[in-house]
Design a protein around this ligand. Sequence first.
Ligand code: DP6
Length: 328
Amino acid sequence: MKATALAHPNIALVKYWGKRDDALILPHQSSLSLTLAPMSVTTTVEFGVAADQVEINGHVSKGSERERVLRLLDALRAEGRQALGPARVVSRGDFPMAAGLASSAAGFAALAVAARAAAELPADPKSASVLSRLGSGSACRSVQGGFCEWQRGERADGADSYAVQRFDAGHWPELRMVVAILDRGEKEVKSRDGMKHTVDTSPYYPAWVKDAEAEVPRARDIIARRDLEALGDLCERNAWRMHATSFAADPPLSYMSAATLGLIQHLREHRKKGIPVWFTLDAGPNPVLLTDAAHEVAAEALARACGALDVVRCVPGGDAVLRTEHLF
Ligand code: DP6
């Protein structure tokens, strides 16, 4: 009753921003992301130990971090196919938290895949996606590689709210995402809190939901024909609109710094000179640049010229996989 899985983070091209059910982590709208290599998180789970124990990146987890892991495991234990008992979980990421990408998506995807295998359940991306969603919404898009679409679903129990893979990592191998670390600090308002505040107080929120839902099939069509310019435009538009909902919250919420805006301005000038580079931005100040293999060096140089302290170049990543070597 022990298994280990490795999963990659993902970056949303059409963002998830706001829950219709906070406990089950059910979104108001669908979203679409690209799984990113080479960064990964590896997690080992063993059931049937003396007491629940969670260790992430060398530290024993406490508080909400531990609670989120146990919620996911409790959901699996409640399936009741066999008594699983307390679990030991050890998780390790190969990228620093300060890489500007949420390691939680990769972490909960790896946890769900490893926990299901440790519980001797068959490999099933849909069930693993539903399970990982209970840890963090965006994690449900990291169970599979390439381009994954989290379908919001309709059911109150969340059984139809999971991600499906639309195109695998090999569909568009020359696509590149370049993470520009402008600020290594912890963000002041976590995604979870920022999106809740926005849902509760922003008059723009209903417009966001309608627009984002409509963008998902458009993004899918653009990815099908590998149209970088159209994807870049859609990506930027969607990021601006997500952030606009938060600017309009009460009190207002901005994740952008002066450096973020400076880089965005610079990027527009580069595009006028014919360099195909666009940005997206999650709930933090560090933009992720969308470009192709021929221009990733230019995108990195642009990011550094705009004050990036670090740059991480990413390629389309694959599915979460089981590993034979365990972390304990
Ligand atoms: C801006 O998945 O981290 O990155 O479900 O509350 O754990 P919880 O939130 P999380 O939010 C991600 C928000 C985002 C956009 C996205 O990844 O789609």
